[in-house]
Design a protein around this ligand. Structure first.
Ligand SMILES: [Zn+2]
Length: 252
């Protein structure tokens, strides 16, 4: 549908029907969801300085939280409409004429696309200060994503990391979380406006960096080096570099 796709596949038949649901989502339709570990959340709640107003997702969360890719409700709805303008969903069950949310607040739905119906399940945690109905809407969006995944929508994103990462599955997702950590580190590095800010960042994130595998550590080191050089070139003042705080030392 985009110029890019046409360039890659000049004479390909247009993808239609359920196959369209399986097409990867373009980058601009992929959003970032911050994911804190339980420890990070507790740390941030106890000490506000552990949090950041994140430039990646626009949220407030622990500075070392990773981000997961996900497709938002609007992008998914757009894709469902492109696939089948008559797509529909309904709750799997009703109670007193209303969708039957289960006793944890989750909801089973049936999603019908191109005449095929598949089940999906959504849930969402209640958060303080949520608008009335906001949790229910989030549950529906989550159930639609889940059901659409059964049709192959955004599978490439889902296999990288589950939106509902729990402490139990954290180990399974470790490899991908590390890559997300590189992404987050890259953003943080780029936000450092001075060499001393960069040094400070590396010192306060030494623990996180030390935990990265060799490949990710190399990448963070590269990003750090690129930024350092840029800042040094841009600097109009002489700032003494503090090489002693190099967080990438293999001894770490
Ligand atoms: Zn963020």
């Amino acid at each position: 549908m985009s110029a890019n796709n046409n360039a890659e596949k000049p004479k390909a038949e247009p993808v239609t029907g359920l196959d369209l649901l399986r097409q990867p989502f373009p980058a601009h339709q992929i959003s970032k969801l911050p994911k804190e570990t339980k420890k990070q959340r507790e740390e941030r709640e106890a000490d506000r300085s552990k949090g950041i107003n994140c430039q990646v997702c626009g949220g407030w969360h622990h500075r070392n939280a990773v981000h997961l890719d996900y497709v938002g409700h609007a992008a998914l709805t757009d894709r469902l409409l492109d696939t089948d303008p008559l797509w529909s969903w309904e709750p799997a069950a009703f109670r007193d004429g209303l969708p039957a949310f289960d006793n944890t607040g989750g909801l089973w739905i049936k999603l019908t696309v191109c005449g095929v119906t598949r089940l999906g399940y959504g849930h969402a945690a209640a958060k303080p200060q949520m608008d009335p109905g906001a949790r229910e809407k989030e549950v529906i969006g989550d159930a639609l994503r889940n059901a659409a995944m059964r049709f192959g929508a955004a599978l490439d994103l889902w296999h990288k990391g589950d939106l509902h990462l729990t402490e139990d599955t954290a180990d399974d997702a470790k490899d991908d979380a590390a890559s997300a950590a590189v992404l987050a580190a890259g953003v943080a590095i780029d936000l450092c406006k001075t060499e001393s800010a960069l040094t400070k960042w590396s010192a306060s994130n030494a623990e996180m960096i030390a935990k990265l595998d060799a490949k990710d550590k190399t990448e963070v080191r590269r990003l750090y080096g690129v930024r350092l050089e840029k800042l040094r070139n841009a600097s109009r003042e002489d700032i003494v570099a503090d090489n002693a705080s190099d967080p990438f030392s293999e001894a770490a």
